[in-house]
Design a protein around this ligand. Sequence first.
Ligand code: NAD
Length: 316
Amino acid sequence: MIRILANDGIDPTGKALLEQAGYVVDTETVPQDKLIEALQQYDAITVRSATKVRQDVIDACPNLRLIGRGGVGMDNIDVEYARSKGVAVVNTPAASSLSVAELVFAHLFTGVRFLQDANRKMPAEGATAFNKLKKAYAPGIELKGKTLGVIGFGRIGREAATIALRLGMKVLAYDLHPFAVNIKLDFQGDISVDIPVETVTFDDVIQHSDFITLHTPFAAQPILGAAEFAKMKHGVGIVNCSRGGTIDEAALIEALEAGQVGFAGLDVFDNEPTPQAAILQHPKISLTPHIGASTNEAQERIGTELANLIIEHFSK
Ligand code: NAD
């Protein structure tokens, strides 16, 4: 009997698939310091980002045959070490791409119509302030016709570009690896249009975009800092739903104060889960607590894909 510890939870659809295959799935979270002891009884563990499966755990749990990551980033798993010890490591990199890309547009629509500020101020300020705020938020802008700069043109970057093109935006995209692709836009199932998108330079993206969205992996050095903000269009909107560390937060605050950056939408932060107050309280920043993949649809896809990968592995 295969026993699986889903230590950071698993969508009910994925759990049901595993149980139908005859596996035992436990979903009660074991704290990190009790993990080694608990894992003696399991063949596999599934995690999201919270539980860490490092070398010490892998060495101390000889029965462990598979580590499953629901989602993309595997920073919390010693992947190469696990594989060198014959422990399989699987993840579900594409399952949440659309949800993350949609969150980018939640932040963009928020920024261009001042929702982040309106939602903070309207409850507190009462009737007399209503007209003052109405005036303050009058210079909103539309996304249609504007240019979205996409840095990192992988799974999520491409989904974000697809949504932008559907909205009638232009796209300037840069990736470390040059590309030329056709983005297929399907309308109502029976009309489809191919839009060619090819790589431009990093400088083209930062100088000519009205909004810039980051979709790169974790970077040891920020990709956007003071020098990059200075080269951008005045009032540019910045969105980061990738990883904390990819934007220099201090430089972002300075650029927001100076008006060089018009607004920012952030799902990821330097100090998760306790981002700095200057970021949390800034009236020009729209905030979400790392919820890019947190939709019912993405969670169901993640659970189902993970269950199928686990079943495939143990059926070999
Ligand atoms: P991906 O691997 O498909 O794409 C990343 C792309 O970035 C690749 O094409 C790579 O060549 C490119 N790249 C790497 N370094 C670069 C650089 N310095 N400049 C330009 N391009 C660079 O990854 P993905 O699935 O699209 O995920 C992108 C990011 O989103 C990852 O950091 C991932 O951890 C993050 N993510 C966040 C959430 C969330 O909840 N906010 C959810 C899922 C993924």
